[in-house]
Write a protein that binds this ligand. Structure first.
Ligand code: AP5
Length: 216
């Protein structure tokens, strides 16, 4: 397939951010992660970041208008002209409808939705053990995917950090938002026959194999 538009959907910690960069590399796509973009805006204290921070810290979703705006802008980048993988967007049915409208205006549509299906009970250990490289969004885990040197990014040698919303307490709100607002997005695209259900509880390499099958 020469041109591919796909997105990952799943609860916090299901592995979207781990698999998306691999999909990006294998299929030469651009990777647009709304969570990473919003965290960069918060760190830079831009007007967008200031608006988004409170909801993110509480584990709630940021308003549809804000995220639709950043995706609309990002999709126009030259690096996205060969297709893209959206990571963490759309997360509400309104966002899904807006995305479909944006793509229809460009004469394209979603090819595949990768649903990272997993039991909630597995997620707390994944979330509280996660370490990230802030600049790239690269994700590690102290047990499941440790960096070569503890606390240090394998690629840049820079220190890793933990996300402010990666606590057991905030995870409860994030899961509540997922079940109430994002699961309907999976139903929305299931009715269009576009959803590939992955076994996201499996080890990372096995999930990668499922992703490759779903996209080939
Ligand atoms: P976002 O950054 O998108 O967070 P999230 O959806 O909660 O997802 P996570 O990044 O927590 O999990 P992941 O699935 O990427 O897991 P990962 O691969 O890192 O969003 C953050 C916030 O921004 C939202 O709460 C919201 O406020 C806002 N926002 C973002 N997009 C928005 C939108 N569209 N609309 C409104 N608001 C929006 O894996 C987790 C850990 O597990 C890692 O340590 C990893 O190493 C490990 N791991 C991964 N896979 C496996 C495996 N198979 N086995 C064992 N361990 C694994």
């Amino acid at each position: 397939m020469n041109y591919l538009i796909s997105f990952t959907v799943g609860p916090p910690g299901s592995g979207k951010g781990t698999q998306s960069p691999l999909i990006k590399d294998e299929f030469c796509l651009c990777h647009l992660a709304t969570g990473d973009m919003l965290r960069a805006a918060v760190a830079a204290k831009t007007p967008l970041g200031i608006k988004a921070k409170e909801a993110m810290d509480r584990g709630e979703l940021v308003s549809d208008d804000l995220v639709v705006g950043i995706i609309d802008e990002a999709m126009k980048k030259p690096s996205c002209q060969k297709g893209f993988i959206l990571d963490g967007f759309p997360r509400t049915v309104v966002q899904a409808q807006k995305l479909d409208e944006m793509l229809a205006r460009q004469g394209t549509k979603i090819d595949k939705v990768l649903n990272f299906a997993i039991d909630d009970a597995i997620l707390e250990e994944r979330i509280t053990g996660r370490w990230i490289h802030g600049a790239s969004g690269r994700s590690y885990h102290n047990k499941f995917n440790p960096p070569k040197v503890s606390g240090i990014d394998d690629v840049t040698g820079e220190p890793l950090m933990q996300r402010k919303d990666d606590t057991a307490e905030v995870l409860k709100s994030r899961l509540e938002a997922f079940h109430r607002q994002t699961e309907p997005v999976i139903d929305y695209y299931s009715k269009k026959g576009l959803v590939a259900n992955l076994h996201a509880e499996k080890p990372p390499k096995e999930v990668t194999t499922e992703v490759q099958k779903a996209l080939s």
